[in-house]
Design a protein around this ligand. Sequence first.
Ligand code: MG
Ligand code: MG
Length: 257
Amino acid sequence: MIQYKTSEEVQLIKQCADILGRAHGEVAKHIKEGVKTSFLDKVAEEFIRDHNGVPSFKGYNGFPASLCISVNEVIVHGFPSDYELKDGDIISVDCGVFHQGFHSDSAYTYPIGEVSPSVLALLKATRDSLYLGIEQAVVGNRIGDIGFSIQKFVEAKGYTVVRELVGHGLGKKLHEAPEVPNYGKKGSGILLKAGMVIAIEPMINLGTRNIVQERDGWTIRTADRKPSAHYEHTVAILEDKTEVLTTHKYIEEVFKF
Ligand code: MG
Ligand code: MG
């Protein structure tokens, strides 16, 4: 069942999302060659707890960390580890914050040093597709309009859309109805109404769309081990506008590509 939010609840999620945006900004300052991904997790967790938040992911169905760190062919749900970032890698940092009874969720994929032009183009297209999806998240449209616009844009560039993992509603719970696929038919699916808060999160692959889950029970990678990109925002669908509640602005102030 979809939990429609009041404007007061949307404001609380926005405050939560601001902590999240600034936590991403702190992490972004440390994104470079030679950094252990477990250190990034520590930076995020400390920042969130220092700002009276709780990392949404830590302990979620047993997930061990505050960040999902997904490098290169890992699509989502990778664990922070002793792995040191190296020149040519891409790294998706996904984070959630719980604050004042509500969750927010956002993700960003970074290139490390010199990344091949084809992979850099994948990152840019995935990021652009997120905003195309957001444009469709308006009252009166249907959930399929979001996925349709993302899929059409990235497939025209030769990329593929992951099917098994999708965006989601969120609020008092990290994952609520409805599912928000990154593929779909125009005009299909449930009607978008004011008060819906959803995470839109395209996961776009350079090669095959097929995925493999690692034996750790979490890490999802591409079947062909080609790279995958992931960007995410939490957005509120309101009567007269759609508001992007999370922000990448603190990331983009310190990390440009
Ligand atoms: Mg999400
Ligand atoms: Mg996320």
